[in-house]
Design a protein around this ligand. Sequence first.
Ligand code: CTP
Length: 416
Amino acid sequence: MGYGVCGGQMTLTGKKIILGVTGSIAAYKAVELLRELTKAGASVLVAMTESAQRFVAPLTFATLSRQEVMTDLFARDDEATIRHVAAPHGADLFLVAPATADSIAKFAQGRADDLLSALFLACTRPIVLAPAMDAAMYRHPAVQANLTRLRTWGVRVVGPATGELASGVWGPGRLAEIADIMQTVTELLCPKSDLSGEVVLITAGPTRERLDPVRFLSTRASGKMGYALAEEAVARGAKTILVSGPSDLTPPQGVEIIRVETALQMRAAALDRLAEATVVIKAAAVSDYRPAHPAESKLTKRDAPLTLELVPNPDILHEIGAQKGTRIIVGFAAETSDVVRRAEQKLKKKNLDLIVANDVSQAEGGFESETNQVVLLDPEGGVDALPLLPKREVARRILDRVVSLRHEKQGGRVEG
Ligand code: CTP
C-alpha cells in the first residue's frame, strides 16, 4: 500500500503519532494500522484502554511499535513527567482507531477519567477518530450528537464503513478501511500543494457605508469564513490575496491583505487585482445599499422622523462573473428562507462555477459562529449538503471543489 510522498521523503517520515486503541472487536485491525503507519515512516506511541487490552495484548503493539505501550493514567516516565500530559506535546497527531461509542462520549463530554480521554483533552495537535461499533449504536442520536460536537471542535472523523458487522448485522459501524485512515492522517500531516500556481482572490467580512463621521450601515459578518478560506488556500500553495472589510481577525501568515471599508472600495480593490487572479471567492457580506448623501458632520437629533435616501451599490460578483475567462468563480449566498432555490438563481445570474449557500438564520451556521452548515451548488445541478463543520473544514471542502473544477476545465481545454 502506498500513500504518496511528502517533500520527497516517505510520507510520514519523522512524524510522531499517538495511536489510541479502545475496546472494540476491531482492535485487532489497529495492529495492521500500526504496521502501515510505521512502514510509512511514522514513530508510533500506542495508548490502550483497559477494555482494548482484553482484545489484543499490549505486547503485540509494543513489539511492532518498538516502544512501551501506555496503559496507565497514573504512570510516570523516567523523568517523572506524567505521560498522559507530556505525550501529546511531543506528538504531531492523535489517532484513535477503533473509537468506541463510550470513548467518543467521553471525548465529547471532556472527561479525563482514563488514559485516552486525558490524552484527548491534553492534545493540541490534530485529532482523528475512526469509530467502530454496532450499527444501531452508531445510528443512536446520542452517538451522532457526540460526533457532531467533536467535528465542530475540529476533530476529523473517518468512517465508519458500511458492511457486515461482528454481530452478523449489515450496516454502518465497521472500522474505516486502513487505506482511508492512512489517507486522512497523511492529508493532515503532509499538507497538499494542489493549489500551487493558482492566484486566489478572496473577499471577506462586511462592508461599512458611512452615514456620518460616527455612524454607518453594515452587514452582519465576522470575516471568519473568508479568513479560513485564505488560510487554507495559502497552506495549499496558492498565492492568496485577501480583500477584507472591517474585521478583528488576524490575517493568516503568507496572505497578502488589502483592507477596505466600503463596498465601492472593495469593488475597486477586487477589480484592481482581478487580472492576476485565477480563482475568485467572494465570501464578503457586501452592503447592497449606501447612503446617497453621507453627512460631513455628525447628524443631530431632531424630534421628527428621519428618512435616509439609499442608493444601490454595484454587485461586485456580477461584474466579475461577466469577465470570467478561464477563472474559477465561487460565490456565497446568505439566505434566511428558500435557501437552495435562491442560491441557484444567484449561481446562474452571476455566472458562477460554484455557490456556497448558507442558511444564516441558524445559530451555529451563521455569521459570527465558528462553524458553518452549507450546501454547495454547481451549474450542472449538483447539490452537496455538508454537515455542520468548523469553518476551516468548510474551506477545505470548497477548495477541494475548486481543484476538481480546475481539472475539469483543463481536461476540457485539452480535448477541445
Ligand atoms: N455580492 C457582491 N456585491 C454585492 C452584493 C453581493 O459581490 N453588492 C456577492 C457576495 O459577496 C456573495 C454573493 O454576491 O458572494 C451573493 O450575495 P448575497 O448578499 O447573498 O446576495 P445578493 O446578490 O446581494 O442578493 P440579495 O441581497 O437580494 O439576497
